[in-house]
Write a protein that binds this ligand. Structure first.
Ligand code: PBG
Length: 322
């Protein structure tokens, strides 16, 4: 036998030497949840190890994760039901918990990269990502709200805004709004191929942001489609996106690879709440090794072509490799 592939697997040193894909903590963005109040830390039931923090507690936690080497976070707000309305006006109200938090994090941890979330659902009485009229999600009317939100977040100190709403034309609209206000260096990470997925369940529990009626299938993509992902990605690229994201990640590795093969800007993957919850639930039952499964999931996302990975595992991974 001339070719014996096992020779390159025979020791830990050799295996490490020929390893093609290694996830670095630098690749990771840690999604975190903030809520109103003081001295509050509540675990998200369906996401063991993940918490919603009041701002004071969020800042405490940031000191911990920064020490672990995490350099980027994605922040999401939980908004009290009483502050939600049809037009998500709370989303761009000066001094709301989200903008206050972005500002406080930026001041306390200027080196941490903050990615913000641009979508109406946490603030919408309808629980949708855009304005609802007679059961329809209005596209162009929603762009104005999204742009106001993005500008307010940039003013508060966001480094990257992340439109997760899937309205048509939003990347260009937001880019122009940011540039008009002088925020030429605020990046846009476009949720480009965002699928209408069952894997978002635990996240919607965390934020109480589930749609009050219907589903998100008229704006989020059909999980069966990949050619459409190329259309979305191309539009976002042409409209000025700095990163293209695929969401969820694990069930869409082919989409990640296709975008990475076709676009020369960084591809991101969102290892979403349901993907995290599945691993945690099985590990808690003793049905699989949670740590090894985590590493395998993150490695597969990077191997498929995502340079950037948003993952609830970020802290655990940083602890593991430290
Ligand atoms: C909505 C949004 C969702 C997530 C991030 N932003 C879910 C949804 O469309 O309802 C999901 C993230 C996760 O599941 O971890 N703007």
């Amino acid at each position: 036998m001339l070719r014996r592939p096992r020779r390159n697997r025979q020791s830990s040193a050799i295996r490490a030497m020929v390893e093609e894909t290694t996830v670095s903590v630098n690749d990771l963005i840690y999604p975190m949840f903030v809520m109103e109040g003081q001295n509050l830390t509540t675990e998200v039931k369906s996401m063991p190890g993940i918490f919603r923090y009041s701002l004071d507690k969020l800042l405490d936690e940031l000191a911990v994760i920064q020490d672990l080497g995490i350099r980027s976070i994605a922040l999401f707000p939980q908004i009290p039901e009483a502050k939600k309305d049809k037009y998500a006006t709370e989303s761009h109200r000066q001094g709301n918990i989200y903008l206050e938090s972005i500002n406080a994090v930026k001041n306390a941890f200027p080196e941490i990269c903050i990615m913000s979330d641009v979508a109406m659902d946490p603030y919408s009485a309808d629980g949708h990502d855009g304005i609802v009229e007679n059961g329809q999600i209005l596209n162009d009317e929603s762009l104005e709200v999204l742009a106001k939100m993005a500008v307010a977040q940039a003013e508060a100190g966001a480094d990257i805004v992340g439109p997760s709403d899937m309205m048509d034309g939003r990347i260009g609209y937001i880019r122009e709004a940011l540039d008009d206000k002088g925020f030429i260096n605020v990046g846009i990470m476009a949720y480009s191929a965002k699928y209408a997925s069952a894997f978002y369940g635990p996240f919607r529990d965390a934020l109480d942001s589930a749609p009050k009626f219907g589903d998100k299938k008229t704006y989020q993509m059909n999980p069966a489609n990949i050619r459409e992902a190329l259309v979305e990605a191309e539009l976002d690229y042409l409209e000025g996106a700095d990163y293209l994201m695929v969401k969820p990640g694990l069930a869409y590795l082919d989409v990640i690879k296709t975008l990475n093969d076709n676009f020369n800007i960084p591809i991101a993957a969102y290892n979403v709440s349901g993907e995290y919850a599945m691993v945690k639930a099985a590990a808690q039952n003793g049905w699989l090794d949670g740590t090894r499964t985590m590493v395998e999931c993150l490695t597969s996302l990077k191997r498929a072509g995502s340079k950037v990975i948003l993952t609830y595992f970020a802290k655990e991974y940083a602890e593991l490799v430290k």
